[in-house]
Write a protein that binds this ligand. Structure first.
Ligand code: PEP
Length: 259
């Protein structure tokens, strides 16, 4: 992390877990456990149906709410979809885009992700753009190429003035939900490459200001070490975010590291 230049963000991706009836208890516990958090922006991303309840539960504290997806279209005949404007109207500030599960299970392409990023940035939403290689790509030694393509495609057409609102999450697909974590050196190297891509596209000042997260089996035990990498500015947490106490320990790790 490097707090001098950019925010530390710890975001929970609940995926399709938790129930609306569980939100109040979770929020009460997380608020109590993270009340002393000073240095870290905490974000909770539930399924769409729980967004109003989560937002309400965290209204009296600094914990933000995010969606896990949104439509690339502005409005109209798109049954089952949710627009950026609808999220903003609920006072939601973040949206996860291009998660590998969306890419693998729902056919989202680099082009779709780019359209969603542009739509999010047209409103006040902060996109958390997920990128990452498969196990095969890592074994073939093409991680850098794959991630470069994903980052450049996702940012195509994003103007300099909006870049500081962008968050990138490096999530190696083989580490998501598997219990396998990239070593801190491996994760740090890819995040450093991502910052170099942003530097080439937008210049040094902007690249220094963009928050880059690591995601993939981050938990209370390995968070500190991953967060000690200079280009890892926080985490996107799946499984470990379902327990308020484990999630709060990751927030603690992010607060303690004073890199
Ligand atoms: C994720 O899905 O974004 C994620 C990082 O999941 P997990 O922490 O369970 O690997």
């Amino acid at each position: 992390m490097n707090r001098k230049y950019r925010n530390t963000v710890i975001a929970a991706n609940w995926k399709m877990n938790m129930l609306p009836s569980q939100v109040k208890a979770y929020a009460g516990e997380l608020k109590a456990l993270t009340a002393q958090s000073k240095w870290c922006d905490i974000v909770v991303c539930p399924s769409f149906v729980m967004l109003p309840a989560v937002h309400k539960a965290f209204r009296d504290c600094r914990i933000g709410t995010g969606a896990q997806n949104m439509s690339e279209n502005e409005k109209g005949a798109f049954t089952g979809e949710v627009s950026a404007e609808q999220l903003v109207d609920l006072d939601i500030h973040y949206v996860i885009l291009g998660h590998s599960e969306r890419r693998q299970l729902y056919g989202e392409t680099d082009l779709t992700v780019n359209k969603k990023v542009l739509a999010a940035l047209n409103t006040n939403l902060r996109p958390i753009i997920c990128v990452g290689e498969s196990l095969l790509e890592r074994e073939m030694g093409v991680t850098a190429e794959r991630v470069t393509l994903q980052v450049k495609s996702a940012l195509s057409g994003v103007p300099l003035t909006k870049m500081r609102r962008v968050i990138i999450a490096y999530e190696p697909i083989w580490a998501i939900g598997t219990g396998k974590t990239a070593t801190s050196a491996e994760a740090g190297e890819v995040c450093n490459n991502i910052r170099a891509i942003i530097r080439n596209l937008y210049g040094a000042r902007t690249s220094r200001a963009v928050t880059i997260l690591y995601g993939g089996s981050m938990n209370a035990k390995n968070a500190r070490e991953l967060l000690s990498q200079p280009d890892i500015d926080g985490g996107l947490i799946g499984s470990a975010s379902l327990s308020p106490s484990e999630f709060a320990q990751i927030v603690d790790a992010a607060n303690q590291d004073n890199a």
